[in-house]
Design a binder for this molecule. Structure first.
Ligand code: NAP
Length: 268
């Protein structure tokens, strides 16, 4: 049975826990949620864009959907008394990161951004790095069997290259009307292992892979499998993603917040 003092202490710690917002939708955000769940120094909310119909259940309070630009995010931060933001969004999600920079500046609170390093080419890789809008043209004129490993929102671009046969791996079924005529969907959620990626490229007789340079390990095996087979990869260039204080991973983000924010916000 806890004593009154320890109960009071518990209330005091909860009352002064640092209120933080995690902008998520990535492996790093899930890792952060696992690290912060049950950590009484923090009172964290995870925010998801709502891009997938049934997102992975997280051990933190979760909200889903846009805020309404930088101003909407700044209003949410003020209303929720948020003391710091961790941007753990995908390397290609540049709009929400720009909003986070603007909103944290307005609210005068710290922003720490987890930056996932891009994959670097190694011997045997046959990469063609292109802007998103050029990816369909980069496949060339002759019909090819193409593996699209992209978000479902990016698939319409390939309607401009209807001569190819596409296999697209997606989490949820696409809703856009404009798609290439010969496209099949494989519904799956990463991570994907090398054996499965080898099988996929062989079974589907893939000639070329189209991918983002997502970085990390969860989706890298398709790049390895393509390299082993000498297949070309059309790699969509990363956007210039705005950021706050850049760190390499979830623990570094927490460590930085503990040093960058006033003691009064840390419950100490
Ligand atoms: P985005 O272009 O940066 O954001 C577009 C809008 O979505 C934002 O302005 C914001 O709306 C809302 N939003 C994005 N992330 C949010 C979050 N964590 N919480 C609340 N609202 C959020 O990002 P995107 O459209 O989601 O994706 C851009 C690229 O990133 C795509 O290539 C996609 O495949 C890739 N990607 C995204 C995710 C993801 O979870 N978002 C995961 C993997 C890959 P408001 O302005 O209304 O606040």
């Amino acid at each position: 049975m806890p004593t009154i003092d320890s109960q009071r202490m518990g209330v005091l710690i909860c009352a002064s826990a640092m209120r933080i917002l995690i902008l998520g939708g990535t492996t790093e955000a899930s890792a952060l949620a696992a690290l912060l769940a049950g950590d009484s120094r923090f009172d964290a909310t995870l925010s998801l864009a709502g891009r997938t119909a049934s997102p992975k259940v997280q051990p933190l309070a979760t909200r889903i959907g846009g805020f309404g630009g930088a101003d909407g995010l700044a209003q949410w931060i003020a209303a929720e008394n948020v003391a710091a933001v961790i941007d753990a969004t995908h390397p290609y999600a540049d709009q929400i990161s720009a909003n986070a920079v603007g909103a944290c500046r307005q609210a005068a609170i710290p922003l720490v951004s987890i930056v996932r390093p891009a994959w670097q080419p190694v011997s045997g890789d046959r990469w063609q790095v292109v802007a998103s809008a050029e990816a369909a043209a980069a496949l060339g004129h002759a019909p090819r069997r193409v593996f699209l490993s992209l978000g479902r929102l990016d698939l319409h671009t390939f309607a401009a290259a209807p001569q190819h046969s596409y296999v697209a791996r997606i989490i949820d079924a696409p809703q856009q009307a404009e798609l290439p005529p010969d496209i099949r969907f494989l519904q799956a959620r990463g991570p994907f292992d090398l054996a499965a990626e080898r099988r996929l490229l062989d079974d589907e007789k893939i000639d070329v892979v189209v991918s983002k340079n997502s970085g990390g390990t969860a989706t890298y095996p398709k790049i390895e499998a393509a390299r082993e087979r000498g297949l070309p990869v059309v790699l969509i260039a990363r956007p210039d993603k705005p950021m706050g204080h850049a760190v390499a991973g979830p623990q570094a983000a927490i460590d930085w917040l503990l040093h960058a924010t006033p003691r009064s916000l840390r419950g100490v």
